[in-house]
Design a protein around this ligand. Sequence first.
Ligand code: GLN
Length: 478
Amino acid sequence: MNNLAFKTIKELKALVDSGAISHQELLKFFTDNAKKHEDLGAYLEIFDEPSITKECTFSGTLAGIPGLIKDNIAQKNRKMTCASKILETFVTNYDATAIARLKQEGAALLGRANMDEFAMGSSGETSAFFKTKNPWNKACVPGGSSSGSAAAVAAGIVPWALGSDTGGSVRQPAAMCGIVGLKPTYGHVSRFGLTAYGSSLDQIGVLTRCVYDNALVFSVIAGKDAKDASSLSVQQQDYTKNLTGKLKQNLKIGVVQEALDGQGLDHEIKKSVEQAIKELEKLGATIVPISMKTLQYGAAAYFIISRAEAASNLARFDGVRYGIRDKERDLNEMYKNTRHDGFGSEVKARILVGNYVLSVGHAGEFYDNAKRVRRAIRKEFNDAFETVDLLIMPSHSVPAFKVGTYDNDKLAMDLQDYFTAPMNLAGVPSLSIPVGFTHDKKPIGMQIIGAHLAEELIYQTAYAYEQVTSWHTMHPEL
Ligand code: GLN
């Protein structure tokens, strides 16, 4: 049974359906296996088997299929810490809509994935509890902020996981861990029950080892939700039905020139992305160069807008309603002490920057300008999708790096979002898929980006690519 770890959802379902393995055996295998890989730091908690069984109906699309949930998504009667001390003791009393839908389809929710504190980071290093390691190279980071979700899927701890993506936090760790990660169209997945970081950017996303599995889980969680006012009026549908292995007729893909020709892109990543583009061309796609002049401003605009929204969103953590509370009896002192002790330094820095860029006298220079840049970015995407069906960019500029590499270079760390944040600003969907390895066996990812609500076309294209390549079948030796 020890070969179950790297089976896809589709394969596990077939094993259960044929009677080769029972739901209970499956669950036991994965909870045991998770414990074997505790050293990766991918999860904050694996629930005990009886409580998982109690929560699970074992019937539906994901009947008994184990998955891990980033710890900023509410699972009723479980802790939700956002990997922060301030919420260390917090237990939520409701399910996020995505979680309710997963439960309705019988998914077995195994536990809570480690992450960067409040989803702020690109490396899994800002968790208040412990860092997550990259299963391909334990001296390196897995990317972030959905670090635990990505590492767990890559390591075979679970076949799927949920993450959240505000500026790249699903796609960048997916790329660094050699797996598939979707950042949906803004509003396509309900944010109800997702702890807000940058509300106009946040989306729950799916991490899996192959495209089919990703489309399957996405089909379960996507679609209109009355509990989220920003959720789009889209019916739930089956995103696996168009996975034929063929590309759409006359598919036109734009390759963002500034992304491939710009400085700072690792040459092995560039080579792998170019190779993947050739594969798509061989499959019948027409490849055209596209210029996106705003690309270079994406990370900066994201920096300002995300901090501004974070400063407002995190104001609710004051010791009154959630998590830890300082014993000081003076109210203002209690707020101050709770936040001082509860938040880590990355979170504090972002709250400071956020309040600064929104403050009288500075908002015009920073926040208002960032919003203008955002509009320009959105327009450039809209214009691009007038002429092409999809766009291609790398998912990351550098392969997984050693823990501590950017401790003294925050700017370099913030530039990790260079290729991913523009899609959050524009609200368009993007899928990162594995397209190769560096000479020292670090995974490489590439994004397939679509217009609003083009998830189906993205999946179809990615699936066709996957059928003629084998990157998704490789896994780390653990
Ligand atoms: N790396 C980005 C940041 O640190 C992205 C975070 C995210 O998408 N949650 O803000």
